[in-house]
Design a protein around this ligand. Structure first.
Ligand code: BDR
Ligand code: CA
Length: 309
């Protein structure tokens, strides 16, 4: 089987962690690098978290750090949605996986030069935008870009804006304007995919390191969801990008035209997902529907097979 080569650009992030572990558990893809970006927490923490996650599953993946600040307005307050450390504040030992000395943008570009490449972007889009600026041919080299971000109906940071796009709307605008084929997984889709307490209990019952770490990270994330949404369903935003790649067809997609608002008193970071039929054959697509029962079973079955290398 030809394995699809992935670079996962990420700001781990508890749901990023699940997405990354799903990719490592999936024979359909080969993760060549994890590139960290500032987002859920600062870059020093997202890069450290990427190394911690790599330690759980492999001895052979590149981890590199990228941009510490969005293109224009800096984020002044760190989010605590994913805990102070970004992974639910568990104890971790010093990671074995080294930090690659290259900037994330160079790792992405070199991976694209080496062969067919899919970019999975599950944090703010700063690294991708800077990579495009430094290497304009990147948009023609990359086979596909799968992004978690945006919303048609309602944001989660402001009524208009979803977190990943809100952090760096200028970067999102550049990424959306490039010619590479994009599949976007917005909140309208990701809120259909969630784990419940029973799933966390199942993870603990495996008695594996991965099961114990996942349940441990997800527990405070469930508590946050309870406080914010009034129930403990843990939304699996970022895993949707990987699920689409390892189980093609499981998420129904629609051709669209993507735009992002970068100014405005209320609308900065809002995405405009033009679903009119005229865009049916567009290279830009959006995830529309996922069956959560099938997704949960798929995810748990895959993660159960993982344990420390
Ligand atoms: C996105 O924001 C982050 O908190 C999550 O990791 C996900 O990528 C959801 O809005
Ligand atoms: Ca994320």
């Amino acid at each position: 089987m030809d394995r699809r080569r992935l670079v996962i650009d990420t700001d781990p992030g508890v749901d990023d962690a699940v997405a990354i572990l799903l990719a490592f558990a999936s024979p359909e893809v080969e993760v060549v690098a994890l590139t960290a970006v500032a987002g859920n927490v600062g870059l020093d923490k997202t890069a450290l978290n990427a190394r911690r996650l790599a330690d759980l599953v492999t001895e052979d993946v590149i981890v590199a750090a990228g941009c510490a600040e969005p293109l224009s307005e800096p984020v002044t307050e760190e989010s605590v949605v994913h805990g102070r450390d970004g992974l639910g504040d568990l104890e971790w030992s010093e990671p074995r996986t080294p930090l690659d000395p290259r900037h994330a943008t160079e790792v992405i570009y070199e991976a694209a030069l080496e062969g067919p490449l899919t970019l999975v972007a599950i944090g703010p889009l700063t690294n991708l935008a800077v990579a495009l600026e430094r290497h304009p041919d990147l948009e023609t080299l990359v086979e596909r870009v799968v992004i978690m971000g945006g919303a048609s109906f309602e944001g989660n940071v402001t009524p208009a804006a979803e977190f990943n796009i809100w952090v760096d709307p200028e970067a999102a605008r550049r990424v959306f304007a490039a010619s590479w084929p994009i599949t976007l997984m917005p909140l309208d889709l990701t809120h259909q995919a969630y784990l419940v307490d029973e799933d966390l209990a199942e993870m603990r019952s495996w008695s594996t390191t991965v099961g114990e770490r996942c349940a441990g990270m997800l527990e405070p994330y469930a508590a946050f969801h309870d406080e914010w949404y009034g129930n403990r369903d843990v939304i699996m935003h970022d895993a949707m990008c990987v699920y689409e790649l390892v189980s093609p067809g499981a998420i129904s997609l629609q051709g669209v035209r993507l735009a992002v608002e970068v100014t405005g008193e209320h609308a900065r970071g809002a995405t405009f997902i033009d679903r009119r039929r005229v865009h049916a054959d567009s290279v830009q697509r959006v995830g529309v529907h996922v069956d959560n029962d099938i997704f949960r079973r798929f995810l748990l079955d895959r993660l159960r097979q993982l344990d420390a290398p």
